[in-house]
Write a new protein. Structure first.
Length: 547
């Protein structure tokens, strides 16, 4: 079975079928259904949707609200370097995943690829780990959005806002995938405009453009200094630990950046559009995240006590702190409004990614088959229904102390994100060395990522180090905290348990480098070429955001 030009499954003519191998020598790969899902899931995401969703995935509450903690921990230079280095590492993850997904553009992305290029047990472990993360993330983001609304009014119960937001998320995920794409496209535009406006505002404030305030320049880089003495430790150790802590803040801020590959089956021309989005990801990180952190470091001192507040609203944003000092009263409301859309967008994206991952698990036989059912819009509605049930966890916020619980849940998500990124790099490296073993030149692939395998190795080792040191604070000065230790390291034994349990029950075997079905999927790609890209005309030639 193959895929026609319009994404529909069709039978291969006999002359085409003869050019394909009889199928990969793996019992977990279903030869006749390898691309059958493309006739079920609609390809409703266009190039502009993919480009802007990829961009929006790098702009969220981590920048608007969480960047202040990175500045307080690492100082201006430490925060800038932490976000810069993490951005480089994230680029390695995205480029590695894009190369895999361009060859095997299936729903669930790395979850399916883990089974083909390493072990079906890892596919099971990664998939259900992702489902667990999504079940926790969605209610946490809904709760965050409800708290943001309380920035304007507290007369209405948070339960009302949780209900309204939850119903909106469910609605956008059970209809056309294109509708989801248009929503995320609009949210991305709002975020970009806000970031650009805040950067301009920051430059004006730094250069003395506010009446009654002097020019700041690099004043805060000199006093209180380029780095902070983190945890009260003096000397180079305190400065290094502050800098190291910014990596965790940055990693959480960049979480979800791989969202575009998860919905590969619903992307038009994925072999062209997904790599194109991946190639531009670091430039966008540089323009929006790192430039924003740099501006923040110029206009807010790292010892400002407001940076460590935890209101959950715009009040803790570094941009709002400096705007309040400058007497610009409208900025807090604008920031809160866009952060509200970011929180809702994040829950919406997690619902999309989680439901497609669950669909992919069902396709591989790792989840009940009823999750394969789709509605007339091409949406796996049983998958959406499962995650919709977990929105009810957001009502925990109505009880006192629930904010603390959700803080723990978000820490669990941050650790799980590092595990997911490490697995992407690990699976890619297996794929890379399998190409060498089978004598396949990577130039034959639909797309070949740069700087490999060095980029994947560096990213894998660095994120492994960050994961192992994520809870280092509990080991210093006798400040043991069971909750912090648990949230920092819980996902490590969890994914090992998933992997080992499935492997023992199903007796799966690690796929050898020689047996990986690379040539099989390569032949499918060659037999089903994507139509050539239409050249940009008129004003579209100047479009650098989603062209």
């Amino acid at each position: 079975m193959s895929v026609g030009k319009h994404g529909q499954a069709e039978s291969l003519p006999s002359e085409k079928a003869s050019s394909l191998e009889s199928g990969p020598p793996l019992d977990h790969v279903l030869e006749e259904e390898v691309f059958v899902e493309e006739k079920d899931l609609r390809r409703g995401l266009e190039q502009r949707h993919i480009q802007m969703i990829a961009l929006a995935g790098t702009i969220g509450t981590g920048l608007f609200l969480g960047s202040g903690r990175a500045l307080a921990a690492g100082g201006p230079v430490g925060a800038c370097l932490g976000f810069l280095f993490t951005g480089l590492l994230i680029s390695g993850v995205v480029l590695s995943l894009a190369e895999l997904t361009a060859l095997v553009p299936l729903s669930g992305s790395i979850i399916r690829q883990s089974g083909y290029f390493f072990d079906p047990a890892l596919s099971f472990a990664v998939g259900w780990n992702y489902v667990y993360v999504a079940c926790v993330s969605i209610p946490a983001e809904v709760t965050a959005a409800a708290v943001l609304i309380e920035f304007w009014t507290t007369s209405v119960s948070a339960g009302v806002w949780i209900t309204v937001l939850g119903l909106l998320i469910i609605s956008t995920n059970v209809f056309f995938i294109r509708f989801y794409g248009e929503l995320e496209f609009g949210f991305a535009i709002l975020k970009i405009l806000l970031v650009l406006g805040l950067i301009i505002m920051g430059l004006v404030i730094d250069l003395g453009g506010v009446p009654g305030q002097h020019r700041l320049g690099f004043q805060y880089w000199r006093n209180p200094g380029p780095f902070t003495q983190f945890l009260g430790l003096d000397g180079s150790l305190g400065r290094f630990l502050g800098f190291w802590t910014t990596f965790s803040s940055a990693a959480y801020a960049y979480s979800g950046i791989e969202i575009t590959s998860v919905a590969a089956t619903e992307t038009q021309n994925p072999r062209r559009n997904l790599p194109k989005a991946a190639k531009r990801i670091f430039i966008r990180i540089l323009l929006f995240y790192i430039l924003s952190i740099f501006i923040i470091s110029l206009i807010v001192p790292s010892d400002n006590p407001n940076l460590l507040t935890n209101t959950g609203t715009a009040a803790q944003s570094p941009f709002v702190i400096v705007a309040t000092v400058a007497g610009i009263k409208v900025v807090p409301h604008i920031v809160n409004a866009v952060v509200l859309t970011s929180a809702w967008s994040s829950a919406n994206s997690t619902m999309l990614a989680g439901s497609r991952v669950l669909y992919g698990l069902a396709r591989e036989g790792h989840a009940p088959k009823f999750f394969l059912r789709v509605n007339r819009f091409g949406i796996p509605y049983f998958c959406v229904a499962l995650f919709s049930l977990f929105i009810a966890l957001a009502y925990m916020a109505l009880k006192s102390g629930a904010a603390i619980v959700f803080g723990w849940l978000q820490s669990l998500v941050a650790a799980a994100v590092l595990v997911q990124w490490m697995i992407i790099c690990f699976v890619y490296l297996r794929f890379y060395y399998a190409c060498k073993k089978q004598g396949i030149d990577r130039s034959e692939l639909p797309w070949k990522g740069p700087l490999q395998p060095y980029l994947a190795w560096t990213t894998l080792l660095m994120f492994g180090l960050l994961l192992l040191t994520g809870g280092y604070i509990v080991f210093i000065h006798g400040d043991w905290n069971t909750e912090s230790f648990f949230t920092s390291y819980f996902d490590i034994p969890l994914i090992i348990l998933f992997y080992v349990a499935y492997k023992l029950i199903r007796r799966t075997k690690i796929v050898s480098l020689e047996d990986m079905p690379i040539q099989y999927y390569l032949n499918i790609a060659k037999e089903n070429p994507e139509p050539p890209e239409k050249p940009a005309r008129g004003w579209r030639r100047l479009n650098i955001l989603w062209s």
